[in-house]
Design a protein around this ligand. Structure first.
Ligand code: THU
Length: 131
């Protein structure tokens, strides 16, 4: 797993965060199953609800390029360990499987690795809709 590479991409994109309202910056790197990388940052809005998190920015980039399965997603933010919000957990679930790695990184050497069942137990998915 290329944590160092993914951390550097997330850090680079975190610097692009547009956060005039919260001043809380988040960066994300998604690697898809084909080995492509996508960076993302949070992008806020004066009307607040259109704000998009860094994770959903990066995942949207992946899907819009035609890829639908996350191999690894790494998240960094202004907290020591920045965990994805509930909405992002649901979006990660949509494009994950049990092998997808979710890395919450404090820095390149200190990080925690989860799967989606750890972060969204008993979650709702396409399997529930297509019964
Ligand atoms: N934020 C993210 O980008 N990802 C998360 O999972 C947590 C929250 C952003 C949204 C908002 O711009 C700022 O952090 C404060 O909530």
């Amino acid at each position: 797993m290329e944590i160092n590479k993914m951390y550097k991409i997330a850090l680079q994109y975190k610097q692009n965060a547009y956060t005039p309202y919260s001043n809380y910056n988040v960066g994300c790197c998604v690697k898809d199953k084909e080995g492509n990388y996508y960076g993302g940052c949070n992008i806020e809005n004066a009307s607040f609800s259109p704000t998009i998190c860094a994770e959903r920015t990066a995942i949207s980039k992946m899907v819009s390029e035609g890829f639908k399965l996350i191999d690894t997603i790494l998240i960094i933010g202004d907290s020591d360990f920045t965990y994805p919000c509930g909405v992002c957990r649901q979006v990660i679930k949509e494009f994950s499987n049990e092998d997808t790695k979710i890395i919450i990184a404090k820095n390149e050497n200190e990080y925690k690795i989860y799967n989606i069942e750890d972060l969204l137990p008993h979650g709702f998915s396409g399997d529930d809709v297509n019964v």
